[in-house]
Design a protein around this ligand. Sequence first.
Ligand code: GDP
Ligand code: MG
Length: 303
Amino acid sequence: MVRGKRTKPGKDFKSGYAILLGRPNAGKSTLLNAMLGEEISIVTPKPQTTRNRILGIATTDDYQVIFLDTPGVVRSERGLKAFLAREIQRAMADADVIVLLVEPFGEPKPSERELIEKLKKLNRPVVLAINKVDKVKKENLLPLMELYQELHAWQAIVPVSALKKNGVEAVLAEVVKAMPTGPMYYPPDQFTDATERFIVAEMIREQVFRQTRQEIPFSSAVLVQSFKEFEGIVHIAAEIFVEREGQKGIVIGKNGEMLKRIGTAARQKIETFLGRKVFLELYAKVKKDWTRSESKMREVGYQ
Ligand code: GDP
Ligand code: MG
């Protein structure tokens, strides 16, 4: 991405919010990172690991697009899932342009059809990005594009491989095309409004998933307790909250080996991100059934 240098945008300058919607694992975080050229949203092979809203900001001389990453389409239930569903509703209402990400493996799923119906009522431009096209043959892609063509008056349908970075620029171009003219909301060199603390917590949480390989996408939260820099080293202490003793055992591992692995892998990523040396201390703690209670969710860092 070419970063803008001009601070006074002209009258044709385009700006606004764009959100990425789609089922868990569709590739939203991967696409966002590819469009921004920065790793600000965590990407994992397991669904629903992105929880909070992350703004990614793409600025050039001609536009500023403020992206919102969402945790994927979730059905309303109590506790955490209801919270996520509300967040998505709010994000949809705020967006100037919506990017719907789907996978190219067959017909749209019922939850995707439901979402498309909602989008129709919202009356906003929607770019349909058919992702992971590196995994399908061209002759299977065309009928799929025709099928989607029937479902909605899309701003555009763009085949893309977020992973191989093919078609990423085309998605961004369509988003910009549909943006209204407007001011520059953020300084041109700012690429996110997520705090360093938040990104660090996400990087640790990503390693909890990657290293433990446990299907516990809803059961861990990371809270950064302290974040201080002295003598050129960033000292970070963070707590990893899980729901049960058994999960704590998994996170700590035999002789603390798992926690050490999580820490080492996370520290390397954090050092690259911050561009400084990092000393990372991790603690695993149980907060019983925290995903089921909104007050406990606040205690582990959800506002
Ligand atoms: P999200 O849940 O929608 O944010 O999905 P992620 O961005 O976390 O991606 C989920 C998984 O799909 C990860 O393993 C990605 O590497 C993978 N993925 C994302 N985009 C592509 C793509 O274009 N091609 C392929 N083959 N895999 C992809
Ligand atoms: Mg994601």
